[in-house]
Ligand binder design. Structure first.
Ligand code: HEC
Length: 142
């Protein structure tokens, strides 16, 4: 029994130490006015909901619907909806570029969902999510 404890204690210690290792945060802090912060986070939650709905539609062979969701909620047509023009001014240049890349990728996906084959459709969708990942890896707003 004691032997097992010797094995478990270091394990517990490792688990406790892990979060502090993961917490080392090298993302750049982008300061936004309060209202804009909330607006951006609500956009973000809708981005994730949109990706989820796109995947559901693709799984149901409703790629036209997936195309519509992508274009209207993530694509170039969604820029007005997100107040992107107003927000971009607060973002560093590179962050803006990743944002633009995401909107372009979503419009490209929308096209692929209408004319592409399975692998080109998923490749185009992964270009959208890669832009999400790239921005999240580099920036935070709080
Ligand atoms: C141009 C940069 C950028 C892009 C592109 C981007 N995000 Fe974000 N997102 C952020 C930032 C910055 C935060 C806040 C992170 C923080 O402060 O910890 C965030 C937060 C979030 C959150 C958390 C919302 C909350 O209420 O806690 C979700 C969910 C999210 N993003 C989803 C997405 C998805 C899905 C995509 C792609 C379709 C995406 N984001 C694209 C910058 C971006």
């Amino acid at each position: 029994m004691k032997k097992h404890l010797y094995a478990i204690v270091p394990l517990l210690w490792l688990c406790a130490a892990a979060p502090s290792i993961a917490e080392e945060d090298s993302r750049a802090l982008v300061q936004l006015p309060d209202m804009m912060q909330q607006h951006m986070m609500s956009n973000m939650r809708d981005h994730l909901a949109a990706i989820n709905e796109i995947l559901i539609m693709l799984g149901e062979d409703e790629s036209e619907k997936a195309a519509d969701i992508a274009e209207s909620r993530l694509g170039m047509s969604s820029l007005g909806l997100h107040g992107a023009g107003h927000m971009a001014g607060f973002m560093p240049e590179e962050m803006q570029q990743i944002g633009t890349r995401m909107h372009r990728a979503a419009s490209h996906f929308s096209l692929q969902a209408q004319v592409g084959n399975t692998s080109s459709i998923y490749r185009a969708l992964s270009e959208v999510t890669s832009a999400c990942v790239a921005c999240h890896a580099n920036y935070r707003i709080r």
